[in-house]
Design a protein around this ligand. Structure first.
Ligand code: SF4
Length: 436
């Protein structure tokens, strides 16, 4: 049913890649005079962009759909559409189990999904809007998705099932999008993909992520370029000098290792050994002064012995990552590891997760203690009660630390300030404007 005049609300769940997709859809709708709203009460049409990554994310998506169905039953909304990874993966089950949804679409990484949603709302896809987005992040930073899908065979991961094989976004499209963002006042680009270090392999069999970052750094207005989702195996070493030598590329890298024991890395099909992994990490740390390394690890993977886990915990304590996230293993149907007995109890998985987090909390606290008296450059994200809150080059938005600045002076969002650190907590810093 064509519902051209209804206000539309897009609910985005999951990762920053989903967010970028939703922002593209919003720009298309906006260009066709479809009014967007953030307020669910004002929306006649709801589009839910779901996540299907792991159990908890799937449950959140289902709960969000069911809540919207309730609103539809009460006549508060007319149309309900569901897209994204959960819908891509379980379309048939969802159509059967929750038939109140008007239409289910695939992952929003697929162009046909976006076209399908637009057509359903009575508008045509406008090619001239390629790269255009309606930002949902604060105006001074934006995620920049440079590729979609993944060719890596990680045994536990369902992402390739939902988002397909790796496709590098063409360089000219990446640069067009980044220039449009810079024109809108974006200063920080957070570069994302499933495996950003694979960029170019499907174009000319070369890993040219360093080249992408350098080209982005030539764009006026962009001051920080932050690389997320680097993959340690077959790591492109030219990236290290690009990070070190280019002022605009943050001395920061997000490089999920998932584990460190050779036994588990092999079973996870990560394509790298403990020895090589440590070589990559140490080269990053030795060659790039002050680099902040973020990683992600997984606990409770099938067959992870006590010895394997202690090896991981010891490594986390020894290497002292600057930022770290930890997930517990969740069996995902259709993945390779779903064929391996999920032999570690939820209790044990969570206990191992807690042990890693406790170790990281101590490391973070010590690192923060060492920041006392130092002056750091902070990008202001927002103001909350008496504090201006921002981040240093070591902190990606939404997942890393923040700096709380107690200032009588009016500070501007999206501006950089030099801040003297006078206090700290485990995962945050407190400071005041540097007095010249
Ligand atoms: S690199 Fe591995 S974990 Fe990451 S998206 Fe690809 S398959 Fe999944």
């Amino acid at each position: 049913m064509k519902v051209k005049k209804d206000k539309v609300k897009i609910i985005t769940l999951g990762c920053s890649k989903n967010l970028v997709d939703s922002e593209h859809i919003m720009a298309q709708l906006n260009a066709s005079d479809i009014e967007l709203t953030d307020d669910e009460k004002k929306a006649g049409t709801i589009i839910i962009n779901t996540c299907g990554f792991i159990e908890s994310a799937k449950q959140e998506s289902i709960d969000t759909i069911l809540a919207a169905v309730e609103n539809k039953k009460k006549g508060r909304i007319k149309n309900l559409y569901v897209a994204g990874c959960l819908s891509d993966r379980y379309k048939k089950d969802l159509e059967k189990d929750i038939p109140e949804v008007d239409m289910y679409f695939g992952a929003t990484s697929r162009p046909k999904t976006i076209i399908g949603i637009l057509n359903e709302l009575g508008v045509d896809y406008k090619r001239n809007l390629i790269g255009e987005r309606l930002l949902t992040t604060p105006a001074h930073y934006a995620y920049l998705k440079i590729s979609e899908g993944c060719d890596n065979p990680c045994s536990f991961c369902a992402i390739p099932i939902m988002r397909g094989r790796h496709v590098s976004k063409p360089m000219n499209e990446i640069l067009t999008e980044a220039r449009l963002l810079a024109k809108k006042g974006v200063k920080e680009l957070v570069v994302i993909g499933q495996d950003t270090t694979f960029w170019g392999m499907d174009i000319d069999r070369k890993r040219r992520i360093a080249n992408v970052l350098e080209k982005l750094s030539a764009i006026d207005g962009i001051e920080w370029i932050r690389l997320m989702y680097a993959y340690p195996s077959r790591f492109p070493y030219d990236l290290i000098s690009a990070i070190r030598d280019n002022e605009k590329i943050c001395n920061y890298i997000d490089i999920p290792i998932q584990h460190i024991s050779d036994n588990v890395l092999k079973s996870m099909r990560r394509g790298i050994t403990k020895k090589n992994l440590i070589e990559v990490l140490e080269k990053l740390r030795n060659d790039v002064p002050g680099i902040a390394i973020r990683t992600t690890v997984l606990t409770g993977y099938p067959g992870e012995t006590d010895k394997d886990f202690s090896e991981l915990l010891d490594f986390v304590k020894e290497f002292r990552f600057d930022r770290l996230g930890v997930f517990t293993y969740s069996e995902e149907d259709g993945t390779h590891s779903a064929n391996i007995a999920d032999d570690i109890s939820v209790k044990e998985k969570t206990a191992r997760q807690k042990a890693i987090l406790d170790a990281q909390r101590e490391i973070s606290e010590e690192n923060n203690r060492n920041s006392l008296g130092k002056v750091v450059k902070v990008l202001i994200d927002r103001k909350e009660s008496n504090y201006y809150i921002g981040r240093t080059y070591k902190d990606a938005p939404e997942i890393d630390q923040e700096v709380y600045i107690d200032s009588n002076a009016e500070l501007k969002k999206g501006e950089f300030y030099n801040v003297m650190i006078f206090d700290y907590e485990q995962f945050d810093l407190f400071g005041e404007l540097e007095i010249k």
